[in-house]
Design a protein around this ligand. Structure first.
Ligand SMILES: Nc1ncnc2c1ncn2[C@@H]1O[C@H](COP(=O)(O)OP(=O)(O)OP(=O)(O)O)[C@@H](O)[C@H]1O
Length: 287
């Protein structure tokens, strides 16, 4: 059974003055246990809407979504999920430590366990020093890290993270990527949204690209990068000692090497040249 199962999800917002936005149209997607899935899309594509439907925070106009086969409104399903909202808002007169105690309590965790998990997470997310200061005095990046800590406090099997790297500096982003990889190592399912292709390339098994409310492609990162292979940059030294660097098309590498060796050249370096995730994303969204 899929950890996350989204079927034919549709969402229509009717704004003031009757303006209609088709935010989602027929989005279907399954994410497996132990998988890291990147939900990639430009601003306004429908990422947060999908996640909010999945979390039962808004009602889809059509279709359905399930967590481990259960509706998210089922308390048992909710306990298995750690959720980071797009703009996390907290009781900001509390410190991070007290807030985590509060969230742990909601999940019915024993006090001792909450204290242990909270210490681990606050240290990991570099919030330990500030743990007793009110959250309202935190920087944007610190608030985002509290958001992540509260999503992980009960050690959920499934993490649904809406733009987890948002508002973080390069050190914070690297830390979050490490945390995601660690969750994967521990067999957790991570589903996160982003518009930054590099985040996806580094940590995801699979990617779904959404634009204008429709899911355009779902594929593994490996496949996408492999299909983007254009050829190889080869550096060699000719028999007369001269160095040369040239581009060889992806089908031509084998015969090229054979001929170069036959001519007495020494191959010094071969580097694959490929379109990266960003090029794939831009092409998908444009197409
Ligand atoms: N409550 C709402 N009422 C009307 N339209 C809405 C509402 N919420 C979202 N929308 C519209 O639905 C579309 C999808 O929005 P959504 O927030 O899901 O996109 P997103 O991919 O998360 O974007 P971003 O990366 O900018 O957060 C947008 O056109 C947005 O303006």
């Amino acid at each position: 059974m899929a950890a996350i199962d989204i079927r034919e999800l549709g969402k229509r917002y009717t704004g003031k003055k009757g303006a209609v936005v088709e935010a989602l149209q027929g989005v279907s997607l399954a994410v497996e246990q132990g998988e890291v899935f990147g939900f990639l899309g430009p601003n306004g594509a429908g990422k947060s809407t999908t996640i909010k439907c999945l979390m039962g925070l808004i009602r889809p106009t059509s279709g359905s979504a399930a967590i481990n086969g259960m509706a998210i409104t089922d308390a048992a399903a909710r306990r298995q999920v750690g959720y980071l909202p797009e703009n996390p808002a907290f009781y900001d007169y509390l410190g991070a430590e007290e807030y985590l105690q509060f969230v742990g309590g909601i999940f019915g965790m024993a006090e001792e366990l909450v204290a242990r998990r909270s210490e681990e997470l606050l240290k990991l997310l570099e919030l330990w020093e500030a743990r007793r200061r009110p959250i309202r005095s935190y920087s944007k990046g610190m608030v985002q890290r509290v958001g992540l800590a509260q999503a992980l406090i009960h050690d959920p099997g499934i993490c649904i993270l809406d733009e987890p790297m948002s508002g973080l500096d390069p050190i914070g982003r690297a830390l979050v990527k490490e945390i995601i990889l660690d969750l994967k190592k521990r067999g957790k399912c991570v589903f996160f949204s982003t518009h930054i292709t590099d985040d996806v390339e580094k940590v995801c098994d699979r990617v779904g690209v959404i634009s204008k409310g429709r899911l355009r492609v779902v594929d593994s990162v490996e496949n996408i990068l492999q299909q983007g292979l254009e050829g190889y940059q080869v550096r060699l030294q000719r028999a007369d000692g001269a160095h040369e660097e040239l581009f060889v098309g992806k089908e031509g590498l084998q015969p090229f090497i054979q001929q170069a060796l036959a001519e007495g050249c020494a191959i010094e370096r071969i580097e694959p040249r490929r379109k990266d995730m960003e090029a794939f994303f831009l092409e998908t969204v444009a197409g």
